[in-house]
Design a protein around this ligand. Structure first.
Ligand SMILES: Cc1ncc(COP(=O)(O)O)c(C=O)c1O
Length: 399
């Protein structure tokens, strides 16, 4: 059945709760309003051209860089705009490896990285680089002593995501970065912070990473804007072209999206701690109510302060995750199963397998990502719908 048929057959539910914010989603109205002038009123020019609409566009890049630097306790000169987290990660991995190829051939990535880190790293094997995947423990932590064993003088680059996109593990970043730099001070450290930004504290004045990735739509900003933060490390552009006000990514910046990203950052960082506490309490309510009312299910990833405040990931035995997402969608609860990026390919998520889940446990997993805008009442509804859906699917399952 095509997607068009699905939309036609399944009418719009009367009640809807969107919990697929891992993959993308809903944008607050203030963010949309902040973008609108940049389509046709101000700053619609090219930010690297010297005319008024161009200067106005350039000003958006400047102000957003300043704001990002302030929130990271970093330097605005290190902010480079690209259009997606995928672009930023590809630039970080391929661009730094190519620019520093004389300094070593070994690239270490954690076993649970997002595909936009893993796949560019693997692609470098064709050029003679050696990719080593650092294992994680059963809750998704990269352990410092394990990493220490892997880092040697040949190590050019290490990439470990700050918060895992599927199971919400918050890595002990300072310990990992210090371990790597102790073993090899020349090794470059990249972290994908797409799922950490505006949810866990990031203080670059105390964290010695060389590159860091952010993506606008991961913090309720629009799609089409992202950042690769690059400190003093050499990075070679991976696309060729002209007319960018920046040196690492050719082509015109998406100024309306960057203006929206700026507004999304302002909203998220206003009373951030309170928002994080609120999300964490909704998360814990959802985890407790689902795991206590549904039999044979298990939480994937750590709990409490070691888990991202917005992440819930639960495996249900004897249920197919894809079927569960469809059943829930008909009830107006929008979630994803396994890894979103692989959800149209029925492969078990590499993250689940890396933490030791069996294939059927990985296939039966549900990923729910909430936001500060959700209400407790919605979590009650979701928990109830999950319980009923799992029971219904189990009752008709040949398993
Ligand atoms: C941790 C992480 N890194 C990178 C990406 C890719 O970002 P984008 O969708 O902006 O390409 C995602 C997307 O969900 C992500 O969760």
């Amino acid at each position: 059945m095509s997607v068009r048929d699905l939309l036609r057959v399944h009418g719009k539910p009367t009640r809807e709760v969107y919990l697929d914010n891992e993959n993308s989603g809903w944008v607050p109205k203030e963010v949309v309003e902040a973008m609108l002038p940049y389509f046709n009123s101000i700053g619609y020019g090219h930010p690297s051209i010297t005319n008024r609409p161009g200067w106005e566009a350039f000003e958006v890049l400047e102000e957003t860089s300043e704001l990002i630097a302030e929130t990271l306790r970093g330097d605005k000169e290190d902010v480079n705009f690209v259009h997606s987290g995928t672009e930023a990660n590809n630039l970080a991995i391929v661009g730094s490896a190519k620019a520093n190829r004389g300094k070593g051939r070994k690239i270490i990535v954690s076993d649970i990285e997002h595909y936009s880190v893993l796949l560019p790293a693997i692609s470098l094997e064709e050029l003679g680089f050696k990719v080593v995947r650092a294992p994680v423990d059963e809750r998704g932590f990269v352990l410092a002593d394990v990493l220490s064993e892997l880092v040697d003088r040949e190590t050019l680059l290490v990439s470990v995501g700050m918060v895992n996109h599927e199971i919400g593990t918050i890595q002990r970043m300072r310990e990992l970065v210090e371990t790597v730099k102790d073993r090899n001070p020349n090794a470059i450290f990249h972290t994908d912070a797409c799922d950490a930004y505006a949810r866990v504290p990031i203080d670059l004045s105390r964290l010695d990473v060389d590159m860091l990735t952010l993506s606008s739509h991961k913090i309720l900003g629009p799609k089409g804007a992202a950042v690769l933060y690059v400190r003093e490390v050499e990075v070679q552009p991976i696309l060729r072209g002209a007319l960018s006000s920046q040196t690492l990514w050719p082509g015109v910046e998406n100024v309306p999206a960057i203006a929206g990203f700026r507004k999304a950052i302002e909203l998220a960082f206003n009373d951030l701690e309170e928002k994080v506490e609120r999300m964490a309490s909704l998360r814990d309510f959802l985890i407790d109510s689902i795991t206590s009312s549904v039999s044979d299910c298990m939480l994937n990833g750590p709990s409490g302060r070691e888990r991202a405040p917005d992440n819930v990931n639960i495996s249900f035995l004897r249920v197919e995750g894809e079927a569960l997402t469809v059943e829930l969608s008909m009830r107006g609860v929008y979630v994803s199963s396994g890894s979103a990026c692989t959800s149209r390919i029925l492969e078990p998520s590499h993250v689940m397998l890396a933490i030791g889940r069996k294939h059927e446990e990985a296939h039966g997993s549900l990923l729910l990502k909430l936001t500060r805008y959700h209400e407790l009442e919605e979590m009650r509804y979701v928990s109830e719908q999950v319980r009923e859906s799992v029971e219904r699917l189990r009752s008709i399952s040949p398993l």
